[in-house]
Design a protein around this ligand. Structure first.
Ligand code: GTP
Length: 225
């Protein structure tokens, strides 16, 4: 069953059920997913939601050969521009978030050095396909964003992001009637393949569902008793 904001404890995936040790450094989370699924739009919606929760945060973006997503966030007025760093992934976006995340780890370290008291660094992956996953050397917890317009068969394709992410976000719910997608069925199929890991439906443009995602982040990696 897809989660509502009132059942946030169940949004915290199984790996996060164990109490987190007190941390001296900022929590690090990933936001990955196919090209155009709405990763940047979700981060734009999450920044104010996390600020309202008092979270001191920064963002690292990954683009293939540009800094476009970073420039968009810096221009957004949602976050101080110096709190957004860009990694240029080169030819293979998988590599910098999974096989060799050293560039991203260094960017996270730079942000922590520049902003003492930083609590959260969000790493946005470059636009990619269903196969991308994050190295757990880089992040503590990660979100995979798919979108309704990509087709209601995406959960049935069982890509690693759909299966393994700590939170699956099904974005662009507003488009379902326009693209002939049966949204309740898509969400049910996503639930079915994830073995109890949470799924949240969002419309990153209107903000629907974004509070659920912010709650999930807060309870998974930030506010732990
Ligand atoms: N209708 C609708 N459009 C959305 C939603 N979320 C994002 N978009 C639009 O989808 C397009 C892609 O969104 P982005 O946030 O750039 O997607 P992305 O995953 O960051 O893209 P890449 O970084 O290029 O992979 C933009 O035109 C957004 O305005 C949504 O919930 N509903």
């Amino acid at each position: 069953m897809t989660q509502s904001r009132h059942d946030w404890p169940s949004l915290v995936a199984s790996r996060s059920d164990a109490p987190a040790p007190p941390r001296a450094s900022a929590a690090r989370i990933g936001v990955g997913g196919p090209v155009g699924s709405g990763k940047t739009a979700l981060i734009e919606a999450l920044i104010p939601a996390l600020h309202r929760r008092g979270v001191d945060l920064a963002v690292v973006t990954n683009d293939l050969v540009t800094k476009e997503d970073a420039e968009r966030l810096r221009r957004s007025g949602l976050i101080a521009p110096e709190r957004v760093l860009a990694v240029e992934a080169g030819a293979c976006p998988h590599t910098v978030i999974r096989e060799d995340p050293t560039l991203n780890m260094a960017a996270g370290d730079d942000l922590e050095a520049a902003f003492p008291g930083l609590e959260l660094v969000i790493f946005e992956s470059g636009g990619d396909n269903l196969a991308s996953t994050f190295s757990l050397d880089l992040v503590d917890w990660w979100i995979f964003v798919i979108d309704v317009a990509g087709g209601d068969d995406i959960p049935r394709k069982k890509g690693p992001g759909v299966l393994k992410s700590d939170l699956l976000v099904v974005n662009k719910t507003d488009l379902a009637p326009h693209v002939g997608v049966d949204l309740p069925r898509m969400l049910a199929e996503a639930d079915a393949v994830r073995g109890g890991r949470p799924v949240v439906a969002t419309n990153a443009r209107s903000g629907a569902g974004v509070e659920d995602v912010a709650d999930a982040i807060a309870h998974a990696v930030l506010f732990r008793e």
